[in-house]
Design a protein around this ligand. Structure first.
Ligand SMILES: CC(C)(COP(=O)(O)OP(=O)(O)OC[C@H]1O[C@@H](n2cnc3c(N)ncnc32)[C@H](O)[C@@H]1OP(=O)(O)O)[C@@H](O)C(=O)NCCC(=O)NCCS
Length: 198
C-alpha cells in the first residue's frame, strides 16, 4: 500500500532508527508475534484478542486504508509498534476517527509511541477527519500522557466500564482532539486565494 509521506524514518531518543510505514498483507506473522509479546494484562485492555490467528485474519481483511488504516514501526525486519485508525464512511460519525496505539515493551519511553500517534493523527487529518478519539483505561498512564502531548483532552468518563484481568472494574476515559479548525483554516485560505493578486 502506498501512502503519501511513508515510509517515514524516525530516530528514537536513544538513537535507534525505526521506519514507520503502512501495514502490508505479508506482515501477518510479524504482527502476531508483536502482539503475542504483550502481557496478558495489557492484552485485556485491547479491544480484540490480538494474539489469536483468527483476529489476525479478520484484521488483515479489514485493513483497507479506507475505514481501517494501520501503520507499523519496523526495526530490523520485526514489528515494534502498531497504530490503527478506525472510521466509518457513512452516518453521523463519519467525521470521527478512533485511534489505538501499541509499542513493544523494550522500546517504550523512547518516543516511539508519540511518533506513531503523531503519524496517525496527521494521516487522519489529511483524510479529512475532524475529530479524533482514543479510549484509555484510567491506569494506562503512558497512553494518556502520549495523547495529551498531542493535544487530546479528557472528554468523558465511563465509570466501571472495563474489567481488568483480576475482575476489578476500572473507569474508561474517552480522550478527544477536535482538529476541525485545521480544515476551517484551510477552507478560508482557499476562499481568500485570488490568483489575480499573485
Ligand atoms: C502507550 C504506549 C503506546 C506509549 O508508548 P511509548 O513509546 O512508551 O511512548 P513515548 O515514549 O512516546 O512517551 C510519550 C509520553 O508519555 C510518557 N509516558 C510513556 N509511558 C509512560 C508511563 N508508563 N508513565 C508515565 N509517563 C509515560 C512519556 O514520558 C512521554 O512523555 P515525555 O516525552 O514528556 O517523556 C505504550 O506504553 C504501550 O504500548 N502501552 C500498551 C498499549 C496501550 O496501552 N495502548 C493505549 C491504548 S490506545
Amino acid at each position: 500500500m502506498h501512502l503519501e509521506g511513508f515510509p517515514q524514518p524516525v530516530t528514537l531518543r536513544d538513537g535507534t532508527e525505526v521506519v514507520i510505514r503502512p501495514l502490508c498483507a505479508i506482515d501477518g506473522a510479524e504482527l502476531l508475534e508483536f502482539y503475542r509479546a504483550f502481557t496478558e494484562e495489557e492484552r485485556q485492555f485491547l479491544r480484540d484478542d490480538v494474539s489469536s490467528p483468527e483476529w489476525l485474519e479478520r484484521f488483515l481483511k479489514k485493513v483497507d486504508f479506507e475505514e481501517v488504516v494501520s501503520l507499523v514501526a519496523e526495526l530490523d525486519g520485526a514489528i515494534v509498534g502498531e497504530t490503527t485508525l478506525y472510521r466509518t464512511r457513512y452516518g453521523w460519525t463519519r467525521h470521527v476517527g478512533e485511534i489505538r496505539v501499541a509499542v513493544a515493551r523494550d522500546l517504550r519511553r523512547k518516543g516511539l509511541g508519540i511518533a506513531l500517534s503523531r503519524a496517525v493523527v496527521k494521516l487522519a487529518t489529511n483524510l479529512g477527519i475532524e475529530k479524533m478519539v482514543v479510549q484509555v483505561v484510567e491506569n494506562q498512564v503512558g497512553a494518556r500522557h502520549t495523547f495529551e502531548k498531542l493535544g487530546f483532552t479528557q472528554e468523558a468518563t465511563l465509570r466501571a466500564h472495563v474489567k481488568d484481568i483480576r475482575g476489578l472494574k476500572r473507569d474508561l476515559l474517552v480522550l478527544s482532539n477536535d482538529v476541525s479548525h485545521i480544515w476551517h483554516a484551510m477552507e478560508a485560505m482557499v476562499a481568500d486565494y485570488s490568483p489575480m493578486h499573485e
